[in-house]
Design a protein around this ligand. Structure first.
Ligand code: CFM
Length: 540
């Protein structure tokens, strides 16, 4: 660590400016990481209070439920017309700023992602109701684009005035039976963060889309990748690797995806879960209904990629596949190692802090450690305890009023389509190979003891982090970027990758090493004076 301050001292430094009530709440959300016990041979972490409302007045990094539903889970699907029912600002916010990319197969392959569909609600719609406008928008979109599917996203005013988006969807579907029309009650206020929107999105896609299709991509080893959104082209790199390995990706939820792929995603034998937070619901529901097993993967970091590929091969337990996976790893690694040899000496020992949504603050630690860099503090905007502490705490999680707000679907095995793929013995055999079916070990058990874990970091705490830890790089998003950089610390956006990427897979790792070297060794940041270094009287 570049600084002498202990994690506990750092925590107290953050808390000391707060009023007593705020300090009591934040104290439970800021945790000095320790390995307090053991669960199935892995360390366990102390409990952290998360997924609760942000304290009013605090500058949070969070987004809203609508962002989680529209922007995150459904947005990357290219051939569903996504109509946002609400004021135009909500649409502009979700209009590709996340840099989720897509690649239509031909000029005839529909791609609506670059369009922005909104009902553009005005004051009079808020007063007199917006359903008429929504119907008109659907009619217009269908007349122009003839999509296979169309979905509707509710923004805050829709719920407040009581527009019945589901009734409109049913009515329009009756009128246009060839178009699958469904709506999301994902008003921004529906939960404490984006996380609510993920769950709402998972539920509706599961009930209204998955299972309707029968398009099967050819191949012996067919699987879905859940929770990979093709930011900066990550999915393209993973597609390249899977193809080389002889693995068939039936559907990605939802990077570079299509409606048909979602609809026929129940035909695979394996679900890989990349971002646990945003899509674990879908994995669980598909397992219950169709018997498709899932395990957690991570394709961020070259070693993590190789490990995940080996787990896939072990799951299918096929000698030819195993040999091919090993061959691909052997072919890909030399370029990675060459790049590591070049950049690692320049980055070694430097420190990073990482505050991102619900999974990247964990995943990217692998890439930094490949550069010899240490993550000294990390946290999520909206993750749940299972993402921090591991899924074994699931039974202990208290359901509060806010989470009860979101429907928990009761899913039963499909009488025709359910097929058990693994016996308990198979699961035990996989576990012996290090593959944890339905498992996720979480961020804290994998991070060093004595690091500071902060949930729902805010502006004040970020300033304390910078002042006391002086990290070589701060990873967060656009809302933080310029504030942090004005303090002389480079900020890497790990939501949209700034203007760069991909960072997943093998080639992605090489891109990342180059980018991080460029940033942590850039001289201009050393010339910036933080506001508190320039002013001596800065008090609120
Ligand atoms: Fe999953 Fe994501 Fe993330 Fe997420 Fe997000 Fe994102 Fe993220 Mo921004 S789905 S939880 S809601 S990995 S948009 S691609 S980068 S906050 S850490």
């Amino acid at each position: 660590m570049s600084s002498k301050i202990s994690a506990e001292e750092l925590k107290q430094e953050m808390l000391k400016k707060y009023p007593a009530k705020v300090a009591r709440k934040r104290e439970k959300q800021i945790i000095v990481n320790q390995h307090v016990g053991e669960f199935e041979g892995r360390p366990t972490a102390p409990p952290i209070a998360v997924n609760s409302r942000t304290i009013p007045g605090i500058l949070s990094m969070r987004g809203c439920a609508y962002a989680g539903c529209k922007g995150v889970v459904l947005g990357p699907t290219r051939d569903i017309v996504h109509i946002v029912h609400g004021p135009i600002g909500c649409s502009f916010y979700a209009w590709l700023t996340r840099r989720n990319q897509t690649r239509p197969e031909s000029l005839n392959d529909p791609n609506y992602m670059n369009y922005c569909f909104s009902t553009d609600m005005q004051e009079q719609d808020i007063i007199y109701g917006g359903e008429k406008k929504l119907r008109a928008a659907i009619e217009e979109a269908i007349a122009i684009f003839h999509p296979k599917a169309l979905d509707i996203f509710s923004t805050c005013p829709v719920g407040l005035i009581g527009d019945d988006v589901h009734a409109v969807a049913r009515e329009m579907e009756a009128k246009y039976p060839d178009v699958n029309i469904f709506a999301f009650s994902c008003e921004g206020y529906k939960g404490v963060s984006q996380s609510a929107g993920h769950h709402i999105a998972n539920n509706k896609v599961f009930t209204d889309v998955v299972g309707l299709g029968d398009m099967r991509k050819p191949g012996k080893f067919r699987m879905n990748l859940l929770g990979e959104y093709n930011i900066g082209g990550d999915s393209f790199e993973l597609d390249r690797i899977f193809l080389k390995c002889g693995l068939t990706l039936q559907a990605t939820f939802s990077g570079n995806s299509t409606y048909e792929e979602f609809a026929s995603s129940h035909t695979v034998d394996l679900n890989l879960v990349m971002c646990h937070r945003s899509i674990n619901y879908m994995a669980d529901m598909m397992e219950r209904k169709y018997g498709i097993p899932w395990f957690k993967v991570n394709f961020i970091g070259a070693a993590a990629t190789a490990k995940s590929l080996r787990h896939i091969a072990a799951y299918y337990d096929d000698a030819e596949l195993t040999a091919r996976v090993e061959q691909v790893i052997a072919e890909e690694m030399p370029a990675v190692l060459e790049s590591q040899a070049k950049y690692r000496p320049r980055c070694e020992g430097k420190t990073a802090v990482m505050f991102l949504g619900g999974s990247r603050a964990h995943h990217y630690q692998d890439l930094f450690s490949e550069l010899g860099m240490v993550t000294v503090s990390a946290g999520y905007e909206f993750a749940h305890r299972d993402d921090y502490e591991g899924r074994h705490v699931l039974p202990d999680i208290k359901v509060d009023a806010d989470s009860r707000n979101i429907e928990e679907l009761h899913v039963l095995p499909d009488p025709e389509l359910y097929q058990q793929r693994l016996t308990e013995d198979d699961k035990a055999a996989l576990k012996a190979k290090g593959i944890l079916m339905n498992g996720y070990e979480g961020l804290m058990p994998e991070m060093a003891e004595g690091t500071l874990i902060i949930d729902d970091l805010n502006h004040h705490e970020a300033e304390v982090l910078i002042e006391k830890l002086k990290p070589a790089i701060f990873c967060a998003g656009i809302k933080e970027k310029y504030v942090i950089q004005k303090s002389g610390v480079p900020l890497k956006q790990l939501h949209n990758y700034d203007y760069s990427g991909p960072y997943a897979g093998f080639q992605g790792a090489v891109n990342f090493y180059q980018e991080i070297d460029r940033m942590v060794n850039a001289t201009p940041f050393g010339l910036v004076k933080a506001p508190w270094q320039e002013l001596d009287a800065a008090s609120a």
